[in-house]
Design a binder for this molecule. Structure first.
Ligand code: FAD
Length: 489
């Protein structure tokens, strides 16, 4: 539901005063309730994005996300230009820029979608107050979730702490139908003087020297149409097989929609509606939708438990003695742990900005259990390197993997990376792709080169400690150490 707390003063009714749409993590034209309402106001439109590294409510955008943003902003601008408008991109403190810009443009109203975390909401409230004080109306909508999180509550009026119950409760509500692209006909020109010193230098979003993004460019094309294409292709080719395919790390068994959802090129309501149309009752679509349920639950949890990205949700872990070992952390980050399935996942991440979900679970378990390193280190690295970096999903999943969350896998359930590789990369294709120095190994030797016969290694051209690292931790010792630390809690 739209909300507005400002009574408009008659003096500011002139329809020549522009309406500003403030784009954030909703970089699309379709199913954009804020844009829709702004267009319906009949006022000339100004479309705006602010990259805020000065007063970010949570963290500044990581390097991989910046690369993604570069393409996503260009796509949105091109779409607006084809309709006679443009997208202005500014850099600086949103708290300063938005009210100042609205004042300079004598804007009548500003439209945006709610954010979830209490710090984000507090910041939005401050911006709202500043705008309202200068007589500018603020209109807000839910545009990045399926439903307003306040609508889904327990019988006692509290919030759900288990995803299954939350998802069941959410589905008793009607999810709004996605909106189309509104018919935009009138845009407001913005004089260069207003933009001086605050224009975002978009080229700086991309890496210069070294240019580490070549693997990103061959893997991804940011943009709204590309996001829709991913969704359509997935529904056509892979959703029926999703219950099996989603765990096969070498296959394209998942939708790869995550960066499009994270940047808002695709909305969750569009995905929901497409699945309903496709027939959500068979196993593939139903299980796929339940993953969208995890996304929604992560946002819902971030909304209700703002400590999610910062603290163990299970207080038992406040006394946990995590190891601080910079060398082990670096080996994990660079995919040089000597454990092939872990290294494959970490290198896929480094080279493409994305990692398969099963691999994320394996590398997460390895970091927090075999290496006994705090999940916050993993969360920070993913935040910097994922094109789908997303505060809610990232923090909730890290807490799930580490066993520190509210609905998490128990800490003592420790993934054995070799068993995981045998099960989910049975032919070793994923390891061979991302750890090419092992590609001539076969069978068990590929999953555990440290246990391979010397002759097999020699034949495959592998020299442990030289062409590929010896494991930085003995899997059994690492497991025992983790269990001991857990018992000591
Ligand atoms: P699909 O299997 O096709 O799923 C469709 C969509 O459902 C995804 O795009 C995503 O939006 C949502 N989804 C799927 N699995 C999950 C999940 N476990 N939790 C929440 N939402 C889910 N996802 C992010 O979007 N951003 C992150 O920063 C992120 N960090 C993660 C960190 C760890 C340690 C782990 C284990 C998982 C993380 N995930 C994150 C969740 C998941 O790995 C990705 O969403 C998924 O791999 C994206 O690929 P896909 O779009 O092909 O997924």
């Amino acid at each position: 539901m739209p909300s507005s707390r400002t009574a408009r003063t008659p003096a500011r009714q002139a329809s020549t005063q522009p309406a500003i749409v403030w784009f954030r993590d909703d970089l699309r034209l379709a199913d954009h309730p804020a844009l829709h309402e702004a267009v319906a106001s009949g006022r000339p439109l100004i479309c705006l994005y602010v990259l805020d590294d000065k007063t970010p409510a949570l963290h500044p955008a990581g390097a991989a996300l910046r690369w993604w943003l570069h393409g996503a902003l260009a796509d949105l601008r091109a779409q607006l230009q084809s309709r006679g408008g443009t997208l202005l991109t500014l850099a600086g403190s949103a708290e300063d820029l938005i009210p100042k810009f609205a004042r300079n443009m004598d804007a009548a109203s500003v439209y945006w979608h709610h954010r979830l975390h209490e710090r984000e909401r507090a910041q939005d409230d401050r911006i709202r107050q500043a705008l309202e004080q200068q007589g500018c109306e603020v209109r807000t909508h839910w545009g990045t979730v399926l439903l307003d999180p306040d609508l889904v509550s327990t019988k006692q009026g509290g919030f759900y702490k288990v995803c299954g119950s939350f998802w069941k409760a959410l589905q008793t509500h009607a999810v709004p139908e996605p909106l189309g692209i509104p018919d935009m006909s009138s845009f407001q020109d913005v004089p260069e003087s207003v933009l001086q010193d605050v224009r975002l230098n978009e080229a700086e979003l991309c890496p210069q020297a070294p240019d580490w993004a070549s693997g990103f460019r061959t893997t991804w094309e940011p943009g709204e149409a590309e996001g829709q294409e991913h969704l359509e292709d997935f529904l056509k080719d892979a959703v029926a097989e999703y219950p099996r395919g989603r765990d096969r790390v070498a296959e394209e068994g998942t939708s790869r929609l995550s960066p499009y959802l994270a940047s808002g090129a695709v909305s969750p309501r569009q995905v929901w509606a497409a699945l309903q149309k496709h027939g959500a009752h068979t196993d593939g679509p139903r299980i796929f939708l339940s993953e969208l349920g995890w996304r929604e639950f992560a946002r819902y949890t971030l909304y209700h438990l703002p400590q999610l990205p910062f603290e163990n949700l299970s207080p038992k872990f406040s006394g946990m003695h995590w190891r601080k070992n910079a060398a082990d952390l670096k080996a994990w980050q660079r995919g040089q742990t000597g454990v092939p399935i872990v290294d494959a996942g970490m290198r896929q991440l480094w080279q493409t900005g994305w990692m398969h979900n099963r691999a994320r679970m394996i590398v997460g378990s390895f970091l927090t259990k075999h290496l006994l390193i705090d999940w916050k280190e993993g969360e920070a690295w993913f935040r910097e390197t994922l094109v789908d970096a997303d505060f809610a999903n990232n923090a909730m999943n890290w807490q799930w993997v580490a066993g520190t969350g509210i609905e998490a896998t128990p800490f003592f359930r420790i993934f054995n990376p070799t068993r995981q590789a045998e099960k989910f990369d049975p032919d070793g294709d994923y390891i061979r792709q991302w750890v090419p120095e092992l590609r001539r190994l076969s069978g068990k030797a590929l999953f555990e080169p440290w246990a391979a016969k010397e002759a097999d290694l020699r034949q495959a051209g592998v020299v442990l400690g030289r062409t590929y690292p010896r494991p930085i931790v003995d899997l059994k010792d690492g497991r025992d150490r983790a269990l001991q630390a857990f018992r000591a809690l």
